[in-house]
Design a protein around this ligand. Structure first.
Ligand code: S3P
Length: 182
C-alpha cells in the first residue's frame, strides 16, 4: 500500500533493528541534522504508564505493552516529518510492519552479532526480553529477528562506524532519494 498523500520528503523516518543497536542515539542525531522532531516509541509507552519498560512488562504484561506499542506507532507513523525509533520487537507485528512501510521510510540499523554481543552488559538490565536467557538463546533470537528486519526500505551496516558517520550516511542517502524521486 502506497500513501500517495504524502511526498517522499515529508514522510517520517522509522528506525528498526535489534535492541541496543543504537536506534535512539542515531535517530536523535538524524533528527537534529534534519531539524525534525524525534519520537522514541518506548519512551512514549513509558510516559503513558509512568514507569520503565521492565516494570510495564512485570505489571501489565508483554501483550498489553505490544497493543500500546501498536497504537502509538500507528499514531506517529501517519504524521509528517518525524524521526521515529521503534522497539526491537515492534516489527514482529504484521500490522506495524505494514503501517510503517506504507507511511514512512524505514531504515534498518544492521549490527553484526559479534559487535552486538559486546554491548550486552550495557543493555540487559533495561531489556526484559533479554533477561533469563542464555547467550546462545539470545543469539538465536538475534538471528530470528534479522528475518523480520529484512523488510525495510534502506539498510545501514553500522559495524566499525561511529554514530556521527552513520547519521551522516543516512542524511546523505535521504537527500539523494528526495532529489531523485520527489
Ligand atoms: C523489545 C525492545 C525494546 C523494548 C522492549 C521490547 C524487543 O526496545 O521495546 O524492551 O522485544 O525487542 P529497544 O529495541 O529500543 O531496546
Amino acid at each position: 500500500m502506497i500513501n500517495n498523500k504524502m511526498s517522499l520528503r515529508e514522510k517520517s523516518i522509522v528506525f528498526i533493528g535489534f535492541m541496543g543497536v543504537g536506534k535512539t542515539t542515531i535517530g536523535e542525531l538524524v533528527a537534529k541534522k534534519l531539524y525534525r522532531d524525534f519520537v522514541d516509541i518506548d519512551k512514549e509507552i513509558e510516559k503513558e504508564y509512568n514507569m520503565p519498560t521492565s516494570e510495564i512488562f512485570k505489571t501489565v504484561g508483554e501483550k498489553v505493552f505490544r497493543e500500546k506499542e501498536k497504537s502509538i506507532i500507528n499514531h506517529f507513523s501517519k504524521q509528517r516529518l518525524k524521526i521515529i525509533s521503534v522497539g526491537g520487537g515492534a516489527f514482529l507485528q504484521e500490522e506495524i510492519r505494514k503501517i510503517c512501510l506504507s507511511n514512512c521510510i524505514v531504515f534498518f540499523l544492521d549490527l553484526s552479532w559479534e559487535s552486538w554481543k559486546e554491548r550486552i552488559s550495557l543493555i540487559i538490565d533495561s531489556r526484559p526480553i533479554l533477561q533469563g536467557r542464555t547467550l546462545e538463546e539470545i543469539e538465536e533470537l538475534f538471528y530470528k529477528r534479522q528475518e523480520i528486519y529484512s523488510l525495510h526500505h534502506s539498510k545501514v551496516e553500522t559495524d566499525n562506524l561511529d554514530i556521527e558517520s552513520v547519521a551522516d550516511f543516512i542524511v546523505d542517502s535521504l537527500k539523494t532519494a528526495w532529489e531523485l524521486y520527489d
